[in-house]
Design a protein around this ligand. Structure first.
Ligand SMILES: [Ca+2]
Ligand SMILES: [Ca+2]
Ligand SMILES: [Ca+2]
Length: 399
């Protein structure tokens, strides 16, 4: 424990650049429930509770998010057990039944496929195409079709839902306060995929042992240095809230100050349900994306403008390293040069297993981080920082 505390001090004092003081609003404890369950018609669905939290600066916040779920319109079903739409593979999906939203009469028809852990709303050029018809569980996937001219902007509101309103937690295998995790993946028929060329910013962060675990980095990442998933504060946890910017869905909204989306493996997101497993090869090069923390970041806005930068797909694949593990090393093949890289491996409870500072990673050249061959098999956190800014974070399963 002493080592862990020392580690936290080191992390907070030397690894990160603090760009500004902490600007979010802080609430503590349960929200006042305003809706017990927005979606009660599907058996086996976790109750999608909505609440209102009041922060210490006397502001009110709808948690986990204000949504259009009760009004619609809705995205079409790709895979949805609640509506008995359960194709066994991609060939069993009939696109002819999917309505086409006309944005530009002289545009091209584009089909989008999206899967959210747990909820999404999709806007194209600021126009709401639809809400995810299942806010919490079971895990479903959605389709949308639209006619648009390039460049066009995809904007999505993403919510990792919660059972304990205002606390960011859910019942999981008997743990009533399990900090659930999130993820979003998308693929469009024009070749657009979810990847690090998207921008993503977080607006509701919980559960937190302490609000001081949020630090705002110089690239505007609202970074949570609380690494453990087993967070014991129960009904006393803190949450941090930020107001949503106006017109964030609009093509004219300036997202240049938002951090890049982070990518996560399907194993990290934990997608062991048929809406994913029936289609694993379908998603090809799309990546699950979220912000820098898949566990406590619960309300995320993400954007991608398609067609304004012809090299965007190339850029995105460049930034995803290839990671492999043998019994003595983690091998990293970066797709971009990182001149001042720090590479770290942590256990799930935050102990540093292996770390190397200030090394030069060269695109395409393997780099090896030594690990002990007696390391217990299991899941670990793995991060690469560039000049103290996190550029890649993932979990790794080590055998
Ligand atoms: Ca859903
Ligand atoms: Ca969460
Ligand atoms: Ca979740």
């Amino acid at each position: 424990m002493k080592f862990f505390l020392i580690l936290i001090v080191l992390l907070s004092s030397s690894y990160f650049t603090i760009a500004q003081s902490f600007t979010g609003s802080v609430s503590r404890g349960k929200a006042t429930v305003i809706q017990q369950n927005m979606y009660s018609s599907c058996s086996g669905s976790r109750p999608s509770v909505v609440g209102k939290s009041t922060s210490s600066d006397n502001k009110e916040w709808i948690v986990p998010a204000e949504t259009v779920f009760l009004q619609g319109p809705y995205l079409s079903d790709f895979y949805n057990q609640c509506n008995n739409i359960t194709p066994s593979n991609i060939n069993a999906v009939d696109l002819n039944k999917i309505p086409i939203k006309i944005i530009d009469e002289d545009g091209d028809i584009i089909t989008g496929y999206v899967l959210s852990d747990n909820y999404c709303e999709v806007y194209i050029n600021g126009i709401l195409i639809g809400a995810d018809p299942v806010p919490f569980t079971p895990f479903n996937s959605c389709l949308l079709r639209f006619k648009v001219k390039k460049p066009y902007t995809i904007a999505v509101k993403l919510v990792d839902w919660e059972e304990n309103s205002g606390l960011g937690t859910e019942n999981n295998n008997g743990n009533l306060y399990h900090a659930g995790d999130a993820g979003f993946i998308a693929r469009f028929s024009d070749g657009t995929i979810s990847d690090t060329s998207w921008k993503a910013q977080v607006y509701y962060i919980s559960p937190l042992m302490s609000p001081d675990s949020i630090i705002e980095l110089s690239n505007n990442t609202r970074y949570c240095k609380q690494l453990a998933r087993n967070i014991p504060c129960a009904d006393s946890c803190y949450a941090v809230h930020y107001p949503l910017p106006n017109n964030w869905q609009s093509p004219t909204f300036d997202d240049s100050m938002w951090p890049k989306a982070y990518i996560y493996t399907p194993e990290t997101v934990g997608v062991n349900f048929p809406a994913w497993t029936n289609f694993t090869s379908f998603w090809t090069t799309s990546s699950f994306i979220w912000t820098s923390n898949l566990v406590v970041d619960n309300l995320v806005l993400a954007r991608k403008t398609v067609g304004s930068n012809p090299s965007s797909i190339l850029e995105s694949t460049e930034s995803k390293p290839i990671i492999s593990v043998d019994n003595q090393h983690i091998s990293i093949i970066p797709h971009q040069d990182i001149h001042h890289a720090s590479i770290q491996l942590f256990s799930l409870v935050g102990n540093c297993i292996s770390s190397i500072q200030n090394v030069q990673l060269i695109a395409g050249s393997p780099y090896q981080l030594p690990i002990s061959n007696t390391l217990p098999s299991g899941v670990y956190y793995f991060s690469i920082y560039d000049s103290k800014i996190p550029v890649y974070t993932s979990t790794l399963f080590i055998h």
